[in-house]
Design a binder for this molecule. Sequence first.
Ligand code: GSH
Length: 193
Amino acid sequence: MSTLKIHGFPQSTYVRTACMAAREKGIDYEVVPLAFREASHAALHPFLKMPALENGSVKLFETLAIGGYIDEAFDGPALQPSDPVARAKMRQWVSAGIDYLYDDLVGAGLSGGNVSDEALEKADKALAILDAGLAETPYLAGDTPSLADLLIAPMIAYGCTQGRAAEMVNTKPRLAAWRDRMFQRDSFKATQA
Ligand SMILES: N[C@@H](CCC(=O)N[C@@H](CS)C(=O)NCC(=O)O)C(=O)O
């Protein structure tokens, strides 16, 4: 079988999620840099984002689709809960991650020098929501990491490891413990850009 190709830049939190999913499953993959916004990029991802995946004749874009494919097409530990409620929770956090948390934690440029109080306040609220989401289980959708954790851990790593944003994580005990668990995973350590 061909080596899985994950197209994008390793600095992207979404590309990192796809790579972490492959690592969690124990699949060989390579990250192939994109010719950003050129025709070859559009051929892989018509919306000109990343990641895109190629595995032989299989071509996919969007992180949830890519993560789901990696999980379901290969052996290895399940990255999606089988219980319907837990699976719905996973999708809830993936959706919230893409639609809200990415803007608040990654797009806001929290690690830059000039972060507004408004951006910090928004990030703090987002982090509090995550902290509350970890009240009952050690991971966002249960007792083991799922695609939701693999999606959100890179966002925390990107935006919340320095300065005020890091302090805001440290003051939320469940989130801080989850961050420490996620940051210890081989899949996380091996995908540091
Ligand atoms: N909904 C997409 C979002 C992907 C996304 O926004 N990726 C960012 C990199 S982290 C990107 O491609 N940014 C380039 C751009 O917006 O022009 C997914 O889930 O894969």
